[in-house]
Design a protein around this ligand. Structure first.
Ligand SMILES: *[C@@H]1O[C@H](CO)[C@@H](O)[C@H](O)[C@H]1NC(C)=O
Ligand SMILES: *[C@@H]1O[C@H](CO)[C@@H](O)[C@H](O)[C@H]1NC(C)=O
Length: 405
């Protein structure tokens, strides 16, 4: 009898896993592990490494952030932006790629030595749920679309090949299972997947290859934190100074993409100074006044591009998981003006949201043009990062990908 039950269990597991639509995880900003190879001709200190022959982890490797080594690290990961050509490039002699494209190795945790540590955990809890509770299998039914988030300027995803790589991964998942794929984007991964579906993929292709879009905490209208962090800096969970992080973020098109925008933010000050208020429409001026001509120029390319595409519907069944249970930043006050100085920044207006993304942005999917496929909002009670380990979110995902017959 027991044997029989075991056999039945085994058969039902096989049967259910065979029927799983593959999931392709699209991670958020800073949430793909990055690797480097380098042959630098100059370095900030004599002791910085100049040559690394084999791909090795740079984001993140905690030992590289030791106080004497952090300058070497910053020199390696900094993006250089050319205002005249709207091009982004690495420090001379440096190559950087996202780790383990297609697998979970570049998504599970930033540091394999401490996989589930609060400072380094990425999608580990979510991946554990999908694999252990739903029967997903890495590179069979579960795929990771890691990308170099430093270089993910929305106006360049087409030309820098990131969308083409997604195409091949979706087609691989489809070929392996014979089933269309769910794109699951968390944080910036949500607008990333939305832009992929609205600007890159043809209707007929979507109908064949895509089962649906699932978004978790998607900043469809940006978030004030992206502005504040790149303008004045922030303390990070990891030991990188505010100054260093600010310098890195000010050259990233992906950060510009994540700034407040669209009708939901109209007329709302994002940054307030004793001299003037800056709304989402004034962000280029804000960075010009804040001595960051690069970010002002980046915004001049990113904003019109994103404005043009952000109302397009994805054209596939869409499930939007969001939370409004946390106090979330909306307006920051800079007593010393847009160059920040050393004065304390204060938050003078907040909204309900998920602690990172305010409701105005999470609910900006309401401005999408209508589509024949359903767009299903799913409200949960957690925060932007905790949602990855939250049982309520896990159940919502289970109900989408394994609907009860
Ligand atoms: C900025 O806006 C707030 C209200 O949102 C207002 O009280 C304040 O006077 C404005 N500041 C300036 C300098 O115009
Ligand atoms: C979260 O917010 C919803 C709706 O605003 C509310 O019904 C729910 O009780 C809240 N949950 C928690 C844990 O605060």
């Amino acid at each position: 009898m027991r044997k029989c039950v075991a056999l039945w269990l085994f058969l039902s597991l096989v049967a259910s896993s065979a029927a799983l639509n593959p999931i392709l995880l699209v991670p958020g900003l800073t949430c793909s592990v990055l690797e480097t190879k380098m042959h630098k001709t100059s370095v900030p200190h004599a002791y910085c490494e100049k040559h690394i022959k084999d791909w090795s982890r740079i984001w993140l490797s905690l030992p590289e952030l030791a106080p004497d080594l952090v300058d070497c690290f910053v020199d390696t990961v900094t993006v250089h932006y050319d205002i005249n050509t709207n091009n982004y490039h690495n420090t001379k002699g440096v190559e950087i790629q996202a780790a383990d494209f297609g697998g979970m190795g570049g998504l599970y945790s930033l540091d394999p030595a401490f996989p589930l540590k609060a400072e380094t955990i990425l999608y580990g809890h979510l991946i554990d749920f999908l694999e252990k509770k739903l029967g997903y299998v890495e590179r069979e039914t579960l795929f990771g679309a890691t990308y170099d988030w430093r270089m993910a300027a929305p106006d360049q995803l087409e030309t820098n090949g990131m969308f083409a790589k997604l195409d091949s991964l979706v087609e691989e998942a489809y070929t392996k299972t014979g089933l269309p794929v769910y794109l699951m984007g968390h944080s910036m991964g949500a607008p990333f997947a939305h832009m992929y579906l609205t600007t890159h993929t043809p209707e007929a292709w979507k109908q064949k290859y895509i089962a649906g879009l699932i978004t978790l905490g998607g900043p469809f209208g940006g978030a004030s934190d992206a502005t504040e962090y790149s303008l004045c800096g922030t303390k990070w969970r990891i030991p990188i100074s505010m100054e260093n992080m600010k310098a890195i973020m000010r050259h990233m098109g992906s950060v510009a993409w994540m700034m407040p925008r669209g009708p939901a933010f109209e007329g709302i000050p994002i940054v307030s100074t004793p001299q003037r208020n800056y709304t989402a429409a004034d962000l280029q001026q804000l960075y010009t006044d804040g001595a960051s001509p690069e970010m002002a120029a980046i915004l001049s390319h990113v904003q019109p591009f994103v404005a043009e595409t952000s109302f397009l519907p994805p054209g596939v069944p869409t499930y939007i998981v969001y939370s409004l249970n946390q106090t979330t930043s909306l307006t920051f006050f800079e007593p010393e003006g847009p160059t920040c100085g050393k004065g304390p920044t204060s938050m003078i207006a907040t909204r309900p949201g998920d602690g990172t993304v305010p409701d105005l942005s999470l609910l900006s999917f309401k401005y999408w043009k209508t589509q024949p496929q359903p767009v299903v909002p799913i409200q949960v009670s957690t925060d932007h990062v905790a949602m990855l380990s939250d049982p309520e979110v896990h159940e919502a995902i289970r109900n989408i990908v394994m609907p009860k017959q």
